[in-house]
Design a protein around this ligand. Sequence first.
Ligand code: ASN
Ligand code: ZN
Length: 326
Amino acid sequence: VHEGTGNTMYSGQVTLGTAPSYTLTDTARGNHKTNNLNRGTSGAGTLFSGPDDTWGDGTPQNAETAGADAHYGAALTWDYYKNVHGRSGIRGDGVGAYSRVHYGNNYINAFWQDSCFCMTYGDGAGNAKPLTSIDVAAHEMTHGVTSNTARLIYSGESGGLNEATSDIFAAAVEFHAGNAQDVGDYLVGEKIDINGNGTPLRYMDKPSKDSRSKDAWYSGIGGIDVHYSSGPANHWYYLLSEGSGAKTINGVNYDSPTSDGLPVTGIGRDKASLIWFKALTTKFNSTTNYAGARTGTLAVATELYGANSAEVKAVTDAWAGINVGS
Ligand code: ASN
Ligand code: ZN
């Protein structure tokens, strides 16, 4: 195992898995690599390489900085799936993917592609900063996990569940990382300032705070953009983890209402994440919808904790809290 030093934009000074020849090749994590597209929009890009084993200076002006952030986010996500769920890499086969940074000009997004087994980050534009934060990296890598497990089709209700899976594990990875400069939260993309006013891209306690995402399921939700039909499942995960009502976590204030007005008692993020991961990998399929996700998570919770457990009750109550019933 070889380690260099990353001076990231979002996570401070961190340890990075590098190769002895000074490249961003994480030999302890399936040789996951980080490449520089240098504003191009095609091809694999060029593997970041030395002159030394220090990467970036914390500013976006230094081309290595985005590489350091992306490489770190991929490592944290790898470690989360390995250490928490026993999954070795996106496919579970120990093989790393790769990241591409500096995609195009003024590009304000990031994306996963099955075709290259890689994820790609824009540098942002205007107020929007580079997309290379921990939660965005975990979100994109989780699209790879979903593609290699449940294969949730990226449209309709299954598309919303696909998106929610990426947001759910983005939050789980960020909390698990415990990075002092980017603490865990139930917000998505809060470091990017994509709206230019300091607000995050999405809120999991009350998704409608973004004015587009839905808080609860309704007939027809499959017809809206998957980044908004994800709202109820993100909300379910928050309710199951933390419970309904007001709460402050790591300095962030949340207030999560339920659609039925009834309270939910949270079971903690670790159990909620385990239930979603097991449902994703053993119960869901490509066409799973909200009703199917309820059935799948209840089956998992019953297997793990027993039919009369507080966990099964919480799962049931959280689904009811987003208008998904029996
Ligand atoms: N960043 C977006 C996402 O991962 C890209 C997309 O629309 N698929 O959801
Ligand atoms: Zn996504």
